[in-house]
Design a protein around this ligand. Structure first.
Ligand SMILES: Nc1ncnc2c1ncn2[C@@H]1O[C@H](COP(=O)(O)OP(=O)(O)OP(=O)(O)O)[C@@H](O)[C@H]1O
Ligand code: SF4
Ligand SMILES: [Mg+2]
Length: 361
């Protein structure tokens, strides 16, 4: 595959959790392409479905959703996976296509998926809390992605490779500390270890879910520098998930904006940050001072205003365009018809009934 070829293609992806209040439509008809060698940013407010999309791509969504439904006391939730929830025609779980290097991951057997996960496709999960096993040394855990896929690795080679990758992410004194368990490492160091784990098997695509948000500002900057080094020096594509537009602006070639489980705008980063077309993206950008500064430097007149109201409950998404109760451009059709996700010019996707008029206003 050459730079620019499609690597990951999502087609009408849906991922629904069962919950006591009904189906949580966390990922709702998402179509998106990530190409060889590019960094795609996925931006959206908390609860918009970003992590759900990441775990669906990794083939872990059903397991997570079943686990939370199974640990509930409600027998209806436990049955929901096979029969759906009462009153709903949709089933919980993942629907649609996840095409990675030409194969639809949703059709693969578990063994085939395990062979891909961690080796060709890896995830730096959100939140450092549960990501590392407190019982095992970090050297052991960093080696895991290659040990799982290649049992013939000699111990000495394994150690050399682990130290090479812990060195690449600049973990201080890695050669002395790789025998220690995760409790001996700070948040920033743990994030470096998780990045090394995600890279060690030489994946084609790394999904980084909020890689900087659990860290303080100085450490965030250091982790950003590690991620930039990966983007520039490794032959890998990145899907960078964040609710922070500043983080995405520094890294991404293209940016997808997510609202209530749907991608509402997907375009190159310069257009998204300098001249967003979707009313939600416009509001989102106006709530980040760093983006407003960037727009000002480019000769635009930004106003820091944010978006009125709150994001919807994903068990009860507003009819039509989910953003309509918060949108200053709302017209009648927005309240009844879900806008189509359309490619309005090459590589520019938008989901809004009024995208053309709003530009002229
Ligand atoms: N295991 C689960 N069971 C049921 N609902 C869930 C589960 N995990 C997440 N959700 C719900 O799915 C929706 C999307 O959550 P998700 O974690 O994907 O959002 P997010 O965009 O990653 O948010 P954040 O920026 O806070 O990480 C939310 O309404 C959330 O409450
Ligand atoms: S479809 Fe209508 S409500 Fe939705 S963003 Fe566009 S103008 Fe606003
Ligand atoms: Mg998340």
């Amino acid at each position: 595959m050459a730079k620019g070829d499609p690597l990951l293609v999502l087609k009408n992806l849906r991922a629904y959790y069962p919950s006591k209040k009904g189906l949580v439509r966390a990922v709702d008809d998402v179509s998106l392409e990530v190409r060889e060698g590019e960094c795609v940013g996925l931006l959206g407010e908390s609860g918009s479905g970003k992590s759900s999309m990441a775990i669906a791509i990794m083939g872990l969504f059903d397991k997570v959703a079943r686990f939370s439904a199974g640990s509930s006391n409600d027998p209806e939730l436990r049955r929901a996976f096979s029969k759906g929830l009462p009153g709903s025609t949709d089933l919980p779980g993942v629907r649609g296509k996840i095409i990675f290097r030409g194969k639809d991951l949703t059709t693969l057997a578990q063994e085939e998926l395990i062979a891909i996960r961690g080796r060709e496709l890896s995830l730096i999960p959100q939140g450092l809390g549960h990501a590392l096993n407190p019982q095992h040394s970090i050297g052991h855990q960093t080696a895991e992605p290659i040990e799982v896929h290649d049992e013939n690795f000699r111990l000495i080679e394994l150690k050399r490779k682990v130290l090479e990758y812990l060195g690449l992410v600049q973990l201080a004194d890695a050669n002395l500390r790789f025998v220690l368990d995760p409790g001996s490492f700070s948040g920033g160091e743990s994030q470096r270890i998780l990045i090394a784990m995600a890279l060690i098997a030489g994946p084609y695509l790394v999904i980084a879910d909020e890689p900087t948000s659990a860290l303080d500002v100085t450490v965030q900057r250091q982790i950003m520098n590690v991620l930039k080094m990966i983007r520039d020096d490794f032959d890998v594509s990145l899907l960078l998930i964040s609710h922070d537009a500043g983080v995405v602006a520094e890294m991404a070639d293209r940016v997808a904006v997510m609202y209530a489980g749907k991608i509402v705008e997907y375009a190159n980063a310069i257009d998204i940050f300098h001249e967003p077309k979707h009313p939600y993206t416009q509001g989102l950008m106006s709530s980040f001072p760093t983006i407003a500064m960037m727009q000002m430097r480019a000769g635009k007149k930004p106003r820091l205003r944010g978006i009125p109201g709150d994001p919807p409950d994903l068990t009860d998404i507003p009819s039509g365009c989910a953003f309509h109760p918060r949108c200053q451009y709302v017209v009648d059709i927005c309240k009844t018809e879900v806008p189509e996700y359309r490619e309005v010019k090459p590589d520019y996707f938008i989901r809004c009934h009024r995208w053309g008029d709003i530009e002229k206003e």
